[in-house]
Design a protein around this ligand. Structure first.
Ligand code: NAP
Length: 283
């Protein structure tokens, strides 16, 4: 029987999720549909409430229509977490959900962003985090999803910096993470892995660069043609040789959602190569 899935967000037009899931399904011989769903809501003084309302209505409607699951993107990851009947540990750790499974009218929530990020670093890029000095930039939704899996990967030291200091302090609470001053990163010791989980590359804003050790990897969660994000370009100009954007993370988080829904882990490499070459041809 055809299984039905979708990705929910606003905006949603840019989403590569249908392309990724349909490519996985074809390779694995699974019959499914997967589309983008724009959840519209009134933007204004009470837009949070309107967004949450619209999201809940949409999910109930999908269940009624016999959908098997959904991916969730900006700005609905928190409400997806709040409305779920059952929470996987991955969603609990992130306080947000990007993957929902519908079963017997119940919603089960997962978060595959953190694990997807780790898999991209460790499996595709073959970068060992254990024993390394790590700096995470940002304290928004993406940083929240990756902070715990990153800590579990046993870095030698773990530092966190965010433009708004208080948010970094809140995120670092209860974990052995040192909060460092975002504006004065040059005064912090050198790092082996620097992760940009801010939206600076999206808005084309320059952010301070830290000192780095030989062989350091600079990873931007944002993705762009030829990996030319402002953050990665600045890092290269400063002498960093090892860089990656977040396209691999996007594909791994999708692969982990696919595993949750179908019990089979798809091969990521071929889909990465396909999307990389399509993306790199864009201006
Ligand atoms: P978010 O929740 O809106 O958080 C934004 C973060 O960026 C906050 O820490 C904010 O700091 C910081 N920031 C914004 N503008 C800044 C600036 N000009 N200078 C310094 N810091 C700035 O966003 P998000 O959902 O976490 O997304 C973060 C990035 O991750 C985006 O580029 C997104 O595309 C990417 N992402 C990629 C994947 C993937 O699969 N590859 C998955 C999820 C997200 P304040 O706290 O000071 O406002």
């Amino acid at each position: 029987m055809l299984q039905k899935f979708c990705v929910l967000g606003n905006p949603i037009q840019h989403s590569l999720s249908p392309q990724i899931h349909l490519a996985f399904a074809k390779a694995m011989g699974i019959d499914l549909s997967y589309e983008k769903v724009l959840i519209d809501f009134e933007k204004g003084s009470d837009s949070n409430h309107a967004a949450n309302d619209a999201f809940e209505k949409c999910v109930l409607n999908l269940i009624k229509k016999g959908y098997n699951g959904a991916n969730v993107t900006v700005p609905f990851k928190e409400i997806a977490f709040q409305m779920a009947d059952v929470l996987d540990k991955s969603a609990q750790n992130a306080n947000a959900a990007n993957t929902l499974r519908f079963h017997s009218s119940k919603v089960r929530a997962f978060n595959t962003d953190g694990e997807g990020f780790l898999k991209d670093i460790q499996t595709r890029l073959k970068f060992e985090i254990e024993g390394k000095k790590v700096l995470l930039l940002g304290a928004g939704g993406a940083a929240k999803a990756i902070v715990y899996p990153l800590y579990k990967a046993k870095p030698k030291s773990f530092a966190l910096a965010n433009r708004t200091l208080e948010k970094a302090r809140t995120l670092a609470k209860n974990l052995p993470i040192q909060v460092v001053d975002f504006a004065n990163l040059k005064n912090a010791p050198a790092f082996d892995l620097v992760i940009n989980a801010t939206t600076s590359s999206l808005t084309h804003a320059e952010i301070p660069l830290p000192n780095f050790n030989e062989g350091a990897l600079f990873y931007d969660l944002f993705y762009a043609p030829k990996m030319q994000t402002l953050f990665l370009e600045s890092a290269q100009k400063a002498g960093v040789k090892n860089i990656s954007d977040g396209l691999g993370m996007l594909i791994y988080q999708a692969a982990l959602a696919f595993y949750i829904w179908h019990g089979k882990m798809p091969m990521v490499e071929a889909v990465y190569e396909m999307l990389r070459s399509e993306l790199d041809q864009k201006k």
